[in-house]
Design a protein around this ligand. Structure first.
Ligand SMILES: *[C@@H]1O[C@H](CO)[C@@H](O)[C@H](O)[C@H]1NC(C)=O
Ligand SMILES: *[C@@H]1O[C@H](CO)[C@@H](O)[C@H](O)[C@H]1NC(C)=O
Ligand SMILES: *[C@@H]1O[C@H](CO)[C@@H](O)[C@H](O)[C@H]1NC(C)=O
Ligand SMILES: *[C@@H]1O[C@H](CO)[C@@H](O)[C@H](O)[C@H]1NC(C)=O
Ligand SMILES: *[C@@H]1O[C@H](CO)[C@@H](O)[C@H](O)[C@H]1NC(C)=O
Length: 393
């Protein structure tokens, strides 16, 4: 029994010795491994540090280059006295080819004329067609654009103290009453950028067919964004009373003269090839929609001489040529003095290069007389209705 016990002890001691040896061997291996790893970590840390430093210096360089570029761009702008311009890379990325050939007749707000079509053509150098992928899945889009036809746009190059910029603008609905520019959507703004919404009819290559537009032909476009109803429409939004108080801007009725239909059919022989409308009938519907709003300029509607006009049924007519709502009171006054004595004025509305002539009688009934090719036929090279037909819903 004893012998057995001492034998067992000896065996146990041997086992422990072995185990300790094994442990110290693996500890040694572990230590070596650890040393190796720490030096590896140090190495990596050093390389990361040098990378970060390189990145930082590269970013510094990039920022410096950007600053230099901006300074250069600023310098190359038209030099206006003392005006410190800050430049950003905002160039138009596309152009609107709209049914509205002139400012006069172009609706004042979007979606008032559902048939108002326009083809927005993106510049493929700046916007590859793939940029439009997925846009057709939205019904509407926002468009940011430049009020490029503002007659006073040159003034904006001048120093604010010399530009004569007016803080208040005349409002069509207020018969010439004035509101602060930011309480209106007047085109005459310190920064002449317009915002509108339109229906997306179809997308094709680098072009978007839009409807419900209030954009004049040739409008430079700065950006397009999808309209997202759940965040872009605000149910509890309110507007001032002057926007809802009256229906000053709609006309009493619209009719077409007997000769109109044949005149339009004559024009159509040539017009069809460059029209975004399917037929003379559809084009006529467009005319009707456009003229159902009083498109005369403010000065033609503004009537400070009501007393004088009472016998003439309180209606004053004027010339609907390209009149600027921003003109001063002297000009408005003179125009109205002249208009008091004009009884049968022919107004002109140019749609897709066609000159539509019409009259408004003293109680707001519109009679469309004639249609002919306008003298200045703008180059309408974009796709016509047939090219879009298959794509339109
Ligand atoms: C234009 O900028 C320069 C440098 O920042 C400044 O010295 C100068 O007063 C500025 N001029 C005007 C008109 O703001
Ligand atoms: C398209 O953009 C390029 C680059 O900015 C410009 O050079 C070219 O004139 C533009 N083309 C049109 C048709 O606007
Ligand atoms: C209306 O304006 C057009 C174009 O500016 C002009 O040719 C025409 O004579 C004007 N008509 C009246 C009645 O002022
Ligand atoms: C209004 O415009 C006319 C013609 O452009 C100009 O002669 C007149 O000085 C202007 N008046 C005011 C008050 O700006
Ligand atoms: C319609 O306009 C055309 C072209 O200007 C003209 O020849 C024709 O006589 C006009 N028709 C009427 C009924 O005024």
């Amino acid at each position: 029994m004893r012998g057995n016990i001492s034998e067992t002890k000896w065996l146990t001691v041997t086992a422990i010795t072995f185990t300790l040896t094994a442990i110290s061997i693996s500890a040694y291996a572990l230590k070596r491994k650890w040393n190796h790893m720490s030096s590896k970590i140090e190495e990596l840390e050093a390389s990361l540090k040098s990378c970060s430093e390189k990145c930082a210096s590269e970013r510094q360089g990039r920022i410096r280059a950007q600053q230099a570029l901006r300074e250069e761009v600023t310098k190359s702008q038209p030099k206006s006295e003392n005006l410190n311009l800050t430049c950003y890379p905002m160039m138009p990325i596309g152009t609107v080819h709209s049914c509205f050939s002139t400012r006069n007749g172009t609706p004042r707000q979007p979606l008032l004329v559902p048939l108002a079509r326009a083809c927005l053509v993106f510049n493929t150098t700046r916007v590859p067609p793939a940029s439009l992928e997925g846009l057709e899945e939205y019904s509407h889009c926002w468009i940011l654009y430049v009020f490029h036809l503002n007659t006073d746009i040159d003034k904006l190059w001048k120093h604010p103290s010399k530009s004569g910029f007016k803080a208040k603008v005349r409002v069509p609905r207020l018969k010439g009453g004035r509101k602060g520019v930011f309480a209106t959507r007047s085109p005459h703004r310190p920064c002449p950028i317009g915002l509108t919404v339109a229906k997306v009819e179809a997308v094709q290559g680098n072009m978007v067919l839009l409807s419900g537009v209030d954009l004049v032909d040739g409008t430079p476009v700065l950006d397009l964004k999808p309209y997202i109803p759940y965040c872009d429409s605000i149910r509890e939004a309110t507007v001032p009373n002057w926007l809802t108080d009256d229906n000053l801007l709609s006309v009493a009725s619209i009719s077409f003269s007997e000769d109109f239909t044949s005149a339009l059919e004559n024009c159509w022989i040539v017009a069809e090839k460059k029209s975004l409308y399917a037929s003379p009938g559809e084009f006529q519907s467009l005319i009707k929609q456009v003229l159902s709003w009083d498109i005369r300029s403010l000065s033609q509607r503004n009537r400070p001489h009501d007393a004088l006009l009472k016998n003439e049924n309180d209606e004053l007519l004027g010339n609907a040529s390209d009149v600027d709502d921003h003109e001063n009171e002297t000009v408005v006054h003179e125009r109205e003095q002249n208009a008091i004595y004009s009884s049968k004025i022919i107004y002109h509305l140019i749609l897709e290069g066609l000159d539509v002539s019409y009259r408004i009688d003293h109680v707001g009934h519109v009679i469309v007389d004639n249609v002919s090719h306008a003298v200045q036929d703008n180059k309408r090279s974009f796709f016509n209705y047939l090219a879009w037909k298959g794509k339109m819903q």
